[in-house]
Design a protein around this ligand. Structure first.
Ligand SMILES: *[C@@H]1O[C@H](CO)[C@@H](O)[C@H](O)[C@H]1NC(C)=O
Ligand SMILES: *[C@@H]1O[C@H](CO)[C@@H](O)[C@H](O)[C@H]1NC(C)=O
Ligand SMILES: *[C@@H]1O[C@H](CO)[C@@H](O)[C@H](O)[C@H]1NC(C)=O
Ligand SMILES: *[C@@H]1O[C@H](CO)[C@@H](O)[C@H](O)[C@H]1NC(C)=O
Ligand SMILES: *[C@@H]1O[C@H](CO)[C@@H](O)[C@H](O)[C@H]1NC(C)=O
Ligand SMILES: *[C@@H]1O[C@H](CO)[C@@H](O)[C@H](O)[C@H]1NC(C)=O
Ligand SMILES: *[C@@H]1O[C@H](CO)[C@@H](O)[C@H](O)[C@H]1NC(C)=O
Ligand SMILES: *[C@@H]1O[C@H](CO)[C@@H](O)[C@H](O)[C@H]1NC(C)=O
Ligand SMILES: *[C@@H]1O[C@H](CO)[C@@H](O)[C@H](O)[C@H]1NC(C)=O
Length: 366
């Protein structure tokens, strides 16, 4: 009874095949919404057979560790791809090249340790949004990232999220090829300063978020960098601003740039303790005890004091040495001097006695 003819078997297999092709196992597909979701299903790799109509593809919360060019074949209509909350540690060059309509790529919450130079290349330069929030394995990945941001032809990218990544510094000119970038999130990293040409090439930037970093102040170089982003609104809160002399140029700049710094009212000193919670805008009017001297001049002054001390000490040593060499002569002179003093003293004493004793003076008259 279960004996199927060959033709029946072929039809059966074809049906089965088309069922599989219509939606991969452990995924939910909606043709009407052009959406495929494979969420928290313990997948170890990108499922095969994702339908061609897919525009929104979510493969999130799985155990995927590697992706490459073969992972996304025939998905020319995908515009939004989220691979967040996986264990992706390596992204090969041209992994997303075939996704020629891709506009938004979310790789947040992964462990990217190796990023190949053309990892984010998409034919047609269609990528607009790239989310790498909490995506880097550690700070070392930032060098790979800088290379791939340069080589991946991201000239149309408008939003880049690099928040929550423990970045300590940004390589020079890391964003210089992202000439259309509008929004850059760098919050919740460990950035300690903004250097010359850290932000070069971002003339069109509209929003820069630097909250929750390790900025103690912004140096003249850093302020110049921020001034090179004429249109960008800035967020600078939750940094450990240190209100000592060095911060004055920054507070003056803040006062001048109030309309650009969206959270300017909330910026406060965190160190020293007696200035904690003081508004940075108010610091400029208080005296930090710096007067006109800046930290550099202070240091120069200290150095010159040290130098002076050394020179004086040296002269003193030479003096003592000369004294030591001449000790015999000096001893003799001291004795001579003492004798001379004694004579003078005795002479004086004698006259004093003569002058003060009426009897003696009387004697004289007699
Ligand atoms: C992509 O979408 C277009 C238009 O909706 C459609 O004609 C084409 O077949 C789709 N591509 C694939 C691989 O399904
Ligand atoms: C797709 O990404 C765009 C940003 O490019 C976003 O505005 C849109 O909401 C996303 N759509 C879905 C379904 O996630
Ligand atoms: C390239 O992108 C433009 C818009 O950015 C789009 O109109 C065009 O269809 C894309 N070409 C291909 C081959 O996907
Ligand atoms: C990037 O992803 C994180 C976590 O998934 C999310 O909180 C954040 O809003 C995303 N960034 C953007 C710009 O959408
Ligand atoms: C980052 O991880 C790699 C691989 O484990 C390691 O070699 C490197 O020293 C780490 N870098 C930092 C800054 O921790
Ligand atoms: C900052 O990022 C770390 C991971 O790098 C995360 O654990 C922490 O919750 C984040 N803090 C905030 C306020 O987002
Ligand atoms: C930064 O650039 C300015 C001129 O634009 C220059 O005076 C300064 O020395 C540079 N700083 C560094 C650390 O290269
Ligand atoms: C600083 O301000 C925060 C929040 O406004 C408050 O919780 C904290 O107690 C203040 N600290 C001091 C030392 O005033
Ligand atoms: C801030 O700028 C205003 C003019 O815009 C000026 O009157 C004021 O003195 C400045 N305050 C400080 C602390 O420099």
């Amino acid at each position: 009874m279960l004996d199927l003819t060959l033709a029946q078997r072929i039809v059966f297999c074809a049906l089965l095949g088309s069922v599989y092709a219509s939606c991969p196992p452990r995924c939910e597909c909606s043709e009407a919404a052009h959406t495929v979701k494979c969420v928290s299903k313990d997948l170890r790799s990108i499922p095969i057979g994702i339908p061609g109509y897919t525009r929104n593809l979510f493969i999130t919360g799985n155990q995927i560790s590697r992706i490459g060019p073969e992972s996304f074949k025939g998905l020319e209509n995908v515009t939004n791809l989220s691979l967040s909350n996986n264990r992706i540690s390596e992204v090969e060059s041209h992994t997303f090249s075939g996704l020629r309509s891709l506009r938004s790529l979310d790789l947040s919450n992964n462990q990217l340790a190796v990023i190949h130079p053309e990892a984010f290349t998409v034919l047609n330069q269609s990528l607009r949004e790239l989310n790498l929030s909490r995506a880097l394995y550690n700070h070392s990945s930032v060098m790979d990232l800088a290379t791939s941001l340069r080589w991946s032809s991201l000239g149309n990218l408008q939003g880049l999220d690099l928040s929550d990544n423990s970045l300590i510094y940004l390589p020079s000119r890391i964003f210089s090829h992202l000439t259309n970038l509008r929004r850059l999130q760098l919050s919740n990293n460990s950035l300690v300063s903004i250097h010359n040409s850290t932000l070069s090439g971002l003339e069109r930037l509209e929003q820069l978020d630097l909250t929750l970093n390790a900025l103690k102040t912004l140096t003249d170089d850093g302020l110049q960098e921020l001034d090179s982003l004429p249109r960008a609104e800035l967020l600078l809160g939750e940094n450990p601003f240190t209100c000592t002399c060095g911060i004055e140029p920054f507070t003056v700049w803040l006062n001048r740039s109030q309309e650009r710094v969206r959270d300017v009212e909330g910026l406060v000193c965190s160190v020293p303790a007696d200035m904690r919670n003081t508004s940075l805008l108010a610091v400029g009017t208080l005296t930090l005890g710096c007067h006109q001297r800046d930290a550099g001049a202070d240091l120069a002054l200290q150095t010159s004091y040290v130098f002076l001390g050394i020179v004086l000490g040296f002269i003193g040593l030479i003096f003592l040495f000369v004294l030591y060499l001449n000790r015999k002569g000096i001893k003799k002179r001291i004795y001579d001097l003492r004798d001379a003093c004694r004579e003078v003293w005795e002479g004086y004493h004698y006259r004093f006695e003569i002058d003060s004793d009426p009897r003696l003076s009387g004697l004289d008259e007699r």
